[in-house]
Design a protein around this ligand. Structure first.
Ligand SMILES: Nc1nc2c(ncn2[C@@H]2O[C@H](COP(=O)(O)OP(=O)(O)OP(=O)(O)O)[C@@H](O)[C@H]2O)c(=O)[nH]1
Ligand SMILES: [Mg+2]
Ligand SMILES: [Zn+2]
Length: 319
C-alpha cells in the first residue's frame, strides 16, 4: 500500500497510508537500511503488513521529486533529510533571536542548491519596533530580486496581526502554501514550530520553546517531522547550528546567486571588481535608483561568502 513517511526516528518510521489515512509504524527492509538517506521524511513508499504479527515493513521507495540534503565533503557523502518538498520556508525572527542577513543568504543558497522556491517569513513582528538603521522594506526589496516571496507575520497573534511594513501577511502566506509540502528551516528559536501550529489553524500542535530559553542554544525540535493538515503538509526541522556552506565549490557559488550571476555575465569588463564607482560596469548600469542598494548588498554577500570559501584562481576570470 502506498504511504508517506511522516517521521523518521531510528529504526521505526511513522507512515501514513494514503488510502485509509491510517498511521502505522514501519521498519525499512534490507537494502533500504543501507544508509540514513534511503528513507526520509516526505518519501512516498510502499508498505506491507508482515505475515506474522502486526508489524509493517517498507519495501520500496518512490523516486523523489526533490531532496533536502547536505554534502559531507570529507566523507564524500550526501545526507538527505527530507524529500518531495515543493517550497522552502525560511523563518527569520526580527527580534529574538536578532535578524542576521548573512544567515538568510546562506539559506537562500540552499534553496537554490535544492532547487526549491524560497518563501521568507519575517516572524515575531508583534515585538518589532523599527530602530537604528535596520530597514525591513529594504530587506524585502533585496529578496524580491531573487524572486523570493516575503511575508510579515506574528505566529503567536496569527490573524490578529496585520502587516505594517510589507504588502503580504498571514492570509497571503496560507494562500501561497495551499496544496504544497513545505519544509521549514531557520535558526533555533525563530518560531518554526509555532508558525506551523498557527498555520494549521489548531489541527497541529507542536512543542515550542519555553519563553526565556530562546538563544540559550537549546533546540526544542530535535527531529524532522511532517505535519499534515487539511490545507498543506509542513515539515518542521531542528534549527541548524552550523550555517557553513563549505560543501559548495567556490567556483560554483555564483550559480547559487542567480541574481548576481545574471548581472555579472553582462559586465563587459574582464577584470571588473563591480564596485559602485566602476564606470560602465553592468552592476552600475543595471541598478536603478530603487534597487541599487539591494543589488550591491547581495553582491557584497556573495563576495564575502566567496572569500570564506577560499581563494580560487578563476576569481579573476569571472569577476
Ligand atoms: N512574541 C512572539 N513570540 C513568538 C512568535 N513565534 C514564536 N514565538 C516564541 O518563540 C519561541 C520559540 O519558538 P519555536 O516555535 O519553539 O522556535 P523553533 O524555531 O521551532 O525552535 P527550534 O525547535 O529550537 O529550532 C517560543 O517561546 C514561541 O512561543 C511570535 O510571533 N511572537
Ligand atoms: Mg521547533
Ligand atoms: Zn562589473
Amino acid at each position: 500500500m502506498r504511504a508517506r513517511v511522516y517521521k523518521s526516528h531510528q529504526k521505526y518510521l511513522t507512515c501514513k497510508i494514503l488510502e485509509t489515512g491510517e498511521i502505522v509504524s514501519a521498519v525499512a527492509l534490507g537494502n533500504l537500511l543501507k544508509n540514513d538517506s534511503s528513507v526520509v521524511v516526505g518519501d512516498y513508499v510502499n508498505v506491507e503488513k508482515m505475515q506474522d504479527g502486526d508489524e509493517w515493513q517498507i519495501n520500496q521507495v518512490e523516486e523523489r521529486s526533490s531532496e533536502i540534503f547536505r554534502i559531507f565533503v570529507r566523507e564524500s557523502r550526501k545526507k538527505v533529510t527530507a524529500a518531495n518538498v515543493d517550497a522552502l520556508v525560511i523563518v527569520m525572527s526580527l527580534t529574538r533571536p536578532a535578524f542576521k542577513r548573512g544567515i538568510l543568504d546562506r539559506y537562500l543558497i540552499r534553496a537554490s542548491q535544492w532547487e526549491l522556491k524560497p518563501i521568507v517569513i519575517f516572524n515575531k513582528m508583534d515585538e518589532f519596533e523599527p530602530q537604528g538603521d535596520f530597514d525591513i522594506v529594504f530587506e524585502a526589496e533585496r529578496l524580491k530580486g531573487i524572486g523570493a516571496q516575503v511575508y510579515e507575520i506574528s505566529a503567536i497573534k496569527k490573524e490578529a496581526y496585520l502587516p505594517r511594513f510589507l504588502p503580504q501577511g498571514y492570509d497571503q502566506l496560507i494562500e501561497a502554501l495551499v496544496g504544497k509540502t513545505a519544509a521549514f528551516v531557520g535558526q533555533s528559536g525563530v518560531g518554526k514550530s509555532e508558525t506551523i501550529s498557527a498555520l494549521s489553524g489548531g489541527e497541529i500542535t507542536l512543542k515550542t520553546q519555553e519563553v526565556g530559553k530562546v538563544g540559550k542554544g537549546q533546540h526544542t525540535t530535535t527531529w524532522s517531522e511532517l505535519a499534515e493538515c487539511s490545507k498543506f503538509a509542513l515539515i518542521d526541522s531542528p534549527g541548524i547550528r552550523s550555517f557553513s556552506v563549505e560543501d559548495i565549490l567556490a567556483s560554483d557559488l555564483i550559480h547559487y546567486f542567480p541574481d548576481i550571476e545574471e548581472v555579472s555575465l553582462k559586465c563587459k569588463f574582464t577584470n571588473c571588481k563591480h564596485q559602485e564607482n566602476s564606470q560602465g560596469c553592468a552592476f552600475v548600469l543595471e541598478a536603478d535608483q530603487k534597487n541599487r542598494e539591494a543589488l550591491f548588498s547581495r553582491l557584497e554577500s556573495y563576495q564575502r561568502i566567496r572569500e570564506e570559501l577560499g581563494e580560487v584562481s578563476d576569481w579573476q576570470k569571472k569577476f
